[in-house]
Design a protein around this ligand. Structure first.
Ligand code: ZN
Length: 374
């Protein structure tokens, strides 16, 4: 998701990004206007795009403020043409005290977005009704550059209605998922919400072929968003449920602090490892990377591993989860974590090896699931 979006600014200390699919919107508006009147109206068309963007932003701000009050720290908001995605700061995620509190919190956060849009629609309609004589709020088409006040009202109504569809990851689908999660584990709840979402997306895509092309587009967007979300959930469950002993490398080379850098390089040549634990007797005393060995040799000539190794490192135990190891690696910018048992080195975990095994594990879980479904 993140890679297909561009940074546009900050709001309430939260990074705001615009998803590239949002560019479809101006193109679509220009195109329909051109077809209808054989000439685009640049400023008004752009104003309509701006209105939709503002409505989506208001919707997301609604989610964000309620989420923050519930103790979740939003990190970034990505705006899409139909809704937005709020990315939370995982490392500061607070677990709610009970399952009951968790599902109520989900529902509260999900419903705020559509409610904000409905409130805006009602307020805008009221104001235009009073201020603008002959506001023509009920005339078709509801969204049209030539009547921006009416478009503002209906853009909010559409956004609210659309996001309330029970199509995960839209808000209605999130409520549904939270409801399922009361009685099943989170992974299964997500899968059920995703399959309902897929079915609904299919119906929209087909219905769009016989009526309005917009429906097909909405269907496609829901379909791909649901798939993205499902993948993220599988990934997270691998992170939480897999123990380090299942993925750590047990066949690895170590160095001694008394080794010379040339000896170390010689050993590194015969190993696939990029990082090495440095061990004295059975004690872990440091870590060193192939890169560091080379740099030291180039800059200072031959010396001892002891002098250039990194003495600051984190250790883990066998039973730790991948999520925990991952946090240690990324938050301190480490590239290797020794796994110890009774102060004895039993394995190592490197960033490269983690990425590799996570991809494999996610794939094998998916295979196992497909098998059990068929
Ligand atoms: Zn929403």
């Amino acid at each position: 998701m993140r890679s297909f979006s561009i940074h546009v600014g900050r709001l309430f200390g939260v990074e705001v990004r615009l998803h590239l699919t949002f560019l479809i919107l101006p193109l679509f508006v220009f195109w329909t206007e051109y077809n209808a009147r054989h000439m685009p109206n640049g400023p008004r068309d752009l104003a309509l795009v701006g209105i939709v963007l503002a409505c989506v932003a208001a919707h997301e701000i609604g989610h964000m403020l309620v989420a923050r009050r519930a103790g979740l720290i939003p990190k970034a908001v990505i705006l899409l043409p139909l809704s937005g995605v709020t990315v939370f700061d995982e490392s500061r995620l607070q677990k709610p005290e009970s399952a009951d509190a968790a599902w109520k919190r989900e529902v509260r956060i999900a419903l705020t977005g559509p409610l904000v849009n409905l409130a805006f629609a009602v307020a805008a309609a009221g104001i235009f009704y009073v201020v603008v004589s002959g506001a023509k709020l009920w005339e078709w088409p509801f969204l049209q550059p030539s009547n921006l006040p009416r478009s503002l009202v209906w853009a909010n109504v559409y956004l609210a209605g659309l996001n309330l569809l029970p199509a995960y990851p839209l808000d209605g689908g999130r409520v549904l998922r939270a409801f399922f999660a009361r009685t099943m584990d989170p992974g299964a709840a997500t899968r059920r919400a995703v399959s309902i979402s897929h079915a609904l997306a299919m119906v929209l895509m087909v219905a769009g072929l016989f009526s309005n092309a917009w429906l097909t587009m909405v269907g496609i967007i829901i379909f791909s968003a649901a798939q993205l979300e499902e993948r993220a959930v599988i990934f997270q469950s691998v992170l939480d449920n897999v123990r380090l002993e299942e993925v750590m490398l047990t066949d690895f080379a170590t160095l001694s602090p008394a080794d010379t850098l040339e000896d170390a390089l010689e050993k590194a040549v015969h190993s696939l490892q990029d990082d090495f634990p440095v061990v004295r007797g059975s004690d872990m005393v440091g870590v060193i990377s192939r890169q560091r060995i080379l740099e030291a040799l180039r800059m200072e000539g031959n010396g001892y591993v002891q002098a250039v190794m990194n003495k600051i490192f984190e250790v883990s135990v066998r039973q730790e989860s991948l999520a925990s190891a991952f946090r240690k690696l990324t938050s301190r910018n480490l590239s290797i974590i020794p796994v110890v048992e009774d102060q004895r080195l039993v394995g190592i975990v490197t960033l490269q090896n983690l990425m590799h095994s996570m991809a494999l594990l996610a794939e094998s879980r998916k295979l196992r699931r497909d098998e059990s479904n068929s």
